[in-house]
Design a protein around this ligand. Sequence first.
Ligand SMILES: O=P(O)(O)OC[C@H]1O[C@H](OP(=O)(O)OP(=O)(O)O)[C@H](O)[C@@H]1O
Ligand SMILES: Nc1ncnc2[nH]cnc12
Ligand SMILES: [Mg+2]
Length: 178
Amino acid sequence: MNSEQKLEYINKHIGVYPDFPKKGILFRDIFGALTDATACQYLKDVLLEHVRKTNPDIDLIVGLESRGFLFNLMLAAELGVGCAPIRKKGKLPGECVSVEYTLEYGSDIFEMQKTAIKPGQKVLIIDDLLATGGSLSAAIELVRKAGGEVVQCLVVMELAFLDGRKKLDADIHSLLKY
Ligand SMILES: O=P(O)(O)OC[C@H]1O[C@H](OP(=O)(O)OP(=O)(O)O)[C@H](O)[C@@H]1O
Ligand SMILES: Nc1ncnc2[nH]cnc12
Ligand SMILES: [Mg+2]
């Protein structure tokens, strides 16, 4: 099975919920795919294939709470690098950098530990979905504030009609576009 066929299979298993969590939002639920054993395997395959093909020079994977965490340890372990979290406010101990942001259906504060990134480390940021780009934009800012260099941002799904990538000054990659 090639990567396009695997992506088609994954796409069929992603849940689609109108008006969640707010009226007018079409929610794309990655967890819907994860209950299927084959979709789990294919997600791992296509993400790794993508990173190996684009071959970014990276030292660290940074995953966004919470759905980004589904992928950051897996990618880090397979690629032989470390991983670090960006979390919603108040969850991380020690000194943190923080950024307020808005997303498609709300707003929040993201934080990252100052010690998570060694000066100049090259970072790949991973998340499940790019919508308005508010979350990824905040993540890029935090990685830079913490002393890292953003080499690539990777998401499984991109809501391309929202044009979120327009506000992101980094290399953005997505596997499924809507
Ligand atoms: O491009 P944006 O408009 O910023 O939206 C994208 C973000 O929204 C969702 O996360 P959410 O904040 O709902 O939290 P979760 O991952 O903890 O479910 C999704 O997992 C992305 O992280
Ligand atoms: N439409 C959507 N579906 C799932 N997660 C999201 N995060 C922001 N917008 C979203
Ligand atoms: Mg999220």
